[in-house]
Design a protein around this ligand. Structure first.
Ligand SMILES: *Cc1c(COP(=O)(O)O)cnc(C)c1O
Length: 429
């Protein structure tokens, strides 16, 4: 491997997904060049088809009014079902297990209403330490909602002293040893900070052996790694579609409920009319008769103008397929890792696992004793990435639209910035 732009361009030539970059809008700098956009883990870029798809729905609304529910080109009544199969393929589930609705944190709450049932001594929720703040707030508020105290009922699974990532054996040990007091194990399947991708199947198996329910927050997994939700055996999962899935800011989320709960007579649930059996949904007088599968958790009729962007992005994911996407992602992130390591490990420490099976696209780069000025320098040079206090730059080259050239340009810019900052960076002993 050569450290040259030319070499990166050769890799792009050989990339079988290279044409997808031009199907997305890449933000442009003032100097007319595209930004080096490595922030698809935060907000994915806009597919070029999305605008026309939204205009289609605006025009049907303009011309048809309420009739659009049945007569629009894509009738609004069953609109959410148009997305189901493609979404199921992205997350590795059966269609009956997947629905697009609400937003992530809302779905997490709805799922916890059903899958967090504290009873007697089994009243705890186990989560990873340093979980995404929203998840922690949601979990703590659910515990309090049941009249319990997070101080007693929240188990945080921590990394060992001096380590950033959790060891699988440590996660499983907490579950094995404290499982009888745990009602729900809830993990981010790919940690937002370290980028670590957990073994969902092993976690689910151990949790179930102890009689716990298991859920995953797949915000950083959906569209990034192969989740195989059905085979993982977890009870539920939730995710957002605006990160790797390119469905636009604040876009709708997704929810998965395993087939084994498809006829969920025993689960408590918050319900609304869209969870009612579709054949009699509009009779409106009958007692609640739930849909079979995760659609029973739907509350409201689908917000079409937002859903259209999810659908638009999903069509590209369906064309590419998660296998090809993941293959490129492993190559792209591996290339980034190799280049970064050449900057020298006295200054740079990648806290993301080096095993490609334990991570997705993201690398979290810790720069010894750096402060935000380093990040500001690379931002000025045209990189869009993400800074997490105190000293981590998160970068995620996404397989859908990032190029090997992007990765090389990032490396070159970081290298120059480190050169400038080198006087300020004193190496930790
Ligand atoms: C991005 C993210 C969220 C955001 O939640 P919203 O309800 O979509 O605002 C929640 N949890 C995790 C782990 C995330 O990465």
């Amino acid at each position: 491997m050569e450290n040259t732009l030319n070499y990166a361009k050769q890799l792009d030539q050989k990339d079988e997904l290279k044409s997808y970059r031009s199907q997305h809008h890449i933000p442009i700098q003032k100097n007319g060049k595209p930004f080096v956009y490595l922030c698809g883990n935060s907000l994915g870029l806009q597919p070029k088809t999305t605008e026309a798809h939204i205009k289609q729905e605006l025009s049907d609304w303009k011309n048809l009014g309420v009739e659009g529910h049945f007569r629009a080109k894509n009738p609004w009544m069953p609109y959410h079902t148009f997305l189901t199969e493609a979404m199921a393929r992205v997350v590795g589930a059966k269609p009956i297990e997947v629905v697009v609705m609400n937003t992530l944190t809302v779905n997490l709450h709805l799922m916890m209403v059903s899958f967090y049932q504290p009873k007697g001594r089994r009243n705890k929720i186990a989560i990873e330490a340093d979980a995404f703040p929203s998840d922690k707030y949601a979990v703590e508020s659910q515990i309090r909602f049941h009249g319990l105290d997070p101080k007693d009922c929240l188990i945080e699974i921590k990394a060992r002293r001096g380590e950033n990532c959790l060891r699988e054996e440590d996660i499983l040990e907490v579950i094995d040893q404290q499982g009888r007091e745990i009602a729900l194990v809830l993990m981010g399947n790919t940690n937002y900070y370290t980028g670590q991708f957990f073994n969902m199947k092993a976690i689910s198996k151990h949790a179930h052996a102890q009689g716990c329910m298991v859920g995953f927050d797949c915000a950083h997994g959906a569209g990034n790694v192969q989740l195989n939700l059905h085979d993982s055996g977890c009870d539920f999962a939730v995710w957002c579609n605006y990160k790797y899935l390119n469905a636009g800011p604040g876009s709708l989320g997704g929810a998965f409920v395993h087939e084994r709960h498809a006829r969920s007579e025993n689960l408590p649930r918050l319900e609304g009319w869209w969870g009612h059996d579709q054949d009699t949904r509009f009779k409106m007088r009958d007692a609640f008769n739930p849909m079979v599968g995760v659609e029973a958790w739907q509350l409201s009729n689908p917000p079409v103008l937002s859903m259209v962007a999810v659908w638009s992005a999903l069509q590209l994911f369906d064309e590419v397929g998660m296998d090809r996407l993941r293959k490129k992602s492993i190559a792209l992130t591996g290339y980034l890792e190799t280049l970064i390591k050449r900057l020298g490990n006295e200054v740079i420490n990648i806290i993301t696992p080096s095993n490609p099976l334990e991570r997705g696209s993201q690398l979290s780069i810790q720069v010894t004793n750096a402060d935000k000025s380093l990040f500001d320098t690379i931002s000025k040079a045209g990189v869009i990435a993400d800074w997490r206090e105190p000293d981590v730059i998160r970068v995620a080259p996404t397989a859908m639209y990032n190029s090997f050239e992007d990765v090389f340009l990032f490396y070159r810019i970081l290298k120059e910035a480190l050169g400038e900052n080198v006087n300020k960076i004193t190496i930790k002993q």
